[in-house]
Design a protein around this ligand. Structure first.
Ligand code: PMM
Length: 284
């Protein structure tokens, strides 16, 4: 399993897929909006994710659901800052899910060990210059535009080739800005400017994405394309709270296919699945 440089030793030496537990400190995320909006509830939930075996807790303060309107940097920081500080104080490894350099900088200073940027540095012109001043590992997700308009941007000639090329171009832009690609993890961004058939095509082609030579992160948990797959005969999409098993299946298959990490809401089953995938792939 390739690991990005700059991770804490305990995470850098994993020989199985890393499990990233999702903590959305938001009133409106599509998957768990409002549940962990208060710092105390968020910290309690993160402690549970960690106890369940999460290698990292991914803390986000801004919803990226389709159509979401952006919040201010101050608002975002007031949501995530206290949580990142408290989790770091407790020794729980944290990644910060943000598109903003200022928020990333504050959270890394507070102890976050990875920056997860769904925009791959495209949303904030300060992100790449700031990253170049640090050594923190960085997730560059495939992104075509803000959540408010992303559904209109789901147009591809060949989604696998297009996403691979666009991620390759981001790696080149990061390198030109002084960010060592050896620190960068790439993510195809399931559901971001992608319809169901795009997501499935990308999952089927993880070997093509892997040719970028970087670790892959996959986030499918509770996403709409799973609800569409499991729709009722009358077309009613399976609701969020009944997509867990399908999300577990995707995370397990992604682990078997060699993903560096999977981003999930419920950790325990996937942690076990990552161990199974490791031995299935031939490691004792
Ligand atoms: N998906 C969401 C948020 N952040 N980050 C990465 N790297 N990859 C993803 O697929 C991703 C992400 C949206 O899902 P959520 O509302 O369940 O957090």
């Amino acid at each position: 399993m390739i690991s990005p440089t700059g991770l804490p030793t305990a995470l850098a030496s994993l020989d199985r897929t890393l499990v990233m537990g999702i903590l959305n400190v938001t009133p409106d995320s599509f998957s768990d909006g409002g549940r962990w909006a208060h710092a105390d509830a968020a910290v309690d939930h993160a402690i549970r994710l960690h106890a369940d075996g999460a290698d990292l807790v991914d803390v986000g303060g801004e919803s990226t659901r389709p159509g979401a309107v952006r919040i201010s940097a101050d608002e975002e920081l007031s949501r995530v800052g206290p949580v990142v500080i408290e989790l770091s104080r407790r020794g729980i490894p944290v990644s910060i899910d943000t598109m903003r350099a200022d928020v990333a900088a504050e959270c890394v200073a507070a102890g976050a060990c990875l920056v997860n940027d769904v925009s791959g540095g495209m949303a904030d012109p300060e992100m790449l210059p700031w990253l170049a001043t640090t050594t923190v590992p960085y997730v560059a997700m495939h992104w075509r535009g803000p959540s408010a308009v992303m559904d209109d941007l789901a147009v591809y000639d060949d989604v696998v080739a297009d996403v691979t090329d666009e991620l390759g171009a981001r790696l080149a832009t990061l390198a030109a800005a002084g960010v060592d690609p050896g620190r960068v993890i790439v993510d195809p961004g399931l559901g971001f400017a992608k319809r169901a058939e795009h997501n499935w095509a990308l999952l089927r082609s993880m070997d093509v994405l892997a040719q970028l030579g970087r670790p892959l992160l996959i986030g499918a948990s509770r996403k709409r394309f799973l609800g569409e797959l499991l729709a009722e005969p009358d077309g009613t999409v399976r609701p969020m709270d009944r997509r867990e098993a399908a999300g577990d299946a995707v995370a397990t298959l992604a682990a078997f296919a060699g993903a560096w990490g999977v981003r999930v809401h419920e950790v325990a089953a996937i942690k076990d699945a990552a161990m199974v995938a490791r031995v299935w792939r031939g490691r004792s």
